[in-house]
Ligand binder design. Structure first.
Ligand SMILES: Cc1cc2nc3c(=O)[nH]c(=O)nc-3n(C[C@H](O)[C@H](O)[C@H](O)COP(=O)(O)O)c2cc1C
Length: 402
């Protein structure tokens, strides 16, 4: 018998004890001011879209095959014209340095080290060029909001191309901002404003404040030269008039892979393929826009059947476990994106926290594949993952025979 050498580094000890993304979430909540945590953790209105998406994954029933050699499994995916070591990548998120000042730099460098793609948001808090510097050899993707002032968006597209980003992800589920009620109740603002409540909430979280006050100012890095207050920028970032004409313009401007994020209907997926996009992300923005939107995981079988042989389909919203990712691949997705799962890691411990989140999900992917008796992603089929019936989506035309 041997004594285990105690881990003296508190951060490493804390992260090693986290066995699930929910464990990282619990650490994140203890260490991050309520307004920043709630901005990340919360969703729109009654938060039903997010709860249902997570429930759908919990309601997956796996069907393993037995007596197959799974001593090694190949988790590599081909997605949007390139490779990823795992069937997931990091979703674009705004305000990321608010969660932890290492922000996108931690996300991009951790993604690079793990061989998975990193997506930078238009509302990111690290510039396009700095993300490229943090992940110089890996895949960087740029998420675009078509802003009211089109020239601002177009100049970002040019910068992303110049910096070698290989995929442009145009988000289309934000004609207006969703109602994030937690933010309203918290009086959330950028930069955080000092009220009596903020001060009381800060007392048990001195590290976050120290970090926040001693590192470079929090700003929308790619947009910093455009001026305007945060409110004006946000308003400018969402344009209710965007249409297929904008898509055509961007298609002509962007030399790389063009992906549309926020697709939520089979018909739209078909139209997008006809419009010449290279891929789609089935997503309801992590439940942060339209509440009671379709569960993206539920859309998979129909969308895969209609357009799966013409375009790459990725999916997000609600992924908290590598087994969720395996279920997505089994139902025909090529790839998945993780938003909060990564941000919980970031809040729990900066770059090592993101590494831990990726490690937890990767181990879960590998273990689930082995237990299912599949040695590569190609071997996963809809036979491996069915849904226990709880909330079955009804057909809009009234035909209930699914
Ligand atoms: C804090 C936060 C900020 C986000 N910001 C953006 C954004 O700027 N652009 C975008 O396209 N999606 C954004 N999203 C949505 C994510 O890209 C992704 O669709 C969503 O997080 C997936 O759900 P999940 O968090 O359950 O994994 C954001 C999500 C979160 C949680």
């Amino acid at each position: 018998m041997k004594f285990r050498t105690p881990e003296l580094n508190g951060r490493r000890r804390r992260l090693a004890r986290a066995l699930t993304i929910y464990d990282l979430r619990a650490i994140a909540q203890r260490r991050t001011p309520a307004a920043a945590f709630d901005y990340t953790d919360g969703a729109a209105e009654m938060e039903l879209s997010l709860a249902r998406a997570r429930q759908a994954f919990e309601d997956v029933e796996f069907h393993p095959s037995i007596l197959r050699d799974v001593s090694t499994v190949d988790t590599a995916a081909t997605i949007f014209g390139g490779r990823s070591a795992m069937p997931f990548g990091i979703a674009p998120t705004g305000f990321t340095r608010l969660m932890h000042t290492e922000g996108e730099t931690a996300g991009a460098s951790a993604a690079g080290a793990a061989g998975i793609p990193f997506a930078l948001s238009t509302l990111g808090t690290t510039s396009i060029e700095d993300v490229q510097a943090a992940n110089p050899h890996g895949r960087n993707w740029f998420q675009l909001y078509v802003m009211r002032q089109r020239e601002i968006s177009y100049s970002l597209v040019e910068r992303a191309a110049a910096a070698g980003f290989d995929t442009l992800m145009l988000t289309v589920d934000t004609p207006v901002a969703g109602a994030r009620l937690r933010d309203k109740r918290n009086g959330f603002s950028i930069p955080p404003q000092l009220t009596l409540r903020t001060v009381l909430n800060a007392i048990p979280r001195p590290w976050w404040w120290w970090d926040f006050l001693t590192t470079p100012k929090l700003e929308f890095a790619s947009l910093s030269s455009t001026g305007g207050t945060v409110g004006q920028l946000l308003d400018a970032a969402m344009d209710p008039t965007i249409s297929y004409d904008d898509l055509a313009t961007i298609r002509n401007m962007w030399p790389g892979t063009l992906v549309i994020k926020g697709v939520q209907a089979v018909d739209d997926a078909k139209k997008l393929v006809d419009a010449g996009v290279d891929g789609i992300v089935l997503s309801n923005h992590g439940g942060r826009q339209l509440d009671r939107a379709p569960v993206p995981f539920h859309l998979l079988p129909d969308v895969v059947r209609e357009v799966g042989s013409h375009t790459d389909i990725a999916v997000d919203t609600g992924i908290m476990n590598g087994a969720d990712i395996v279920a997505c691949i089994a139902l025909g997705a090529k790839f998945s994106l993780i938003g909060r799962a990564y941000l919980y890691g970031l809040m729990a411990g900066g770059r090592p926290g993101v590494d831990r989140a990726i490690e937890i999900l990767s181990e879960q992917v590998v273990r689930t594949m082995k237990l299912l008796g599949v040695a590569s992603l190609d071997e996963l089929t809809p036979r491996h993952a069915t849904q226990l019936q709880r909330l079955a989506p009804r057909r809009p035309d009234g035909d209930q025979n699914l």
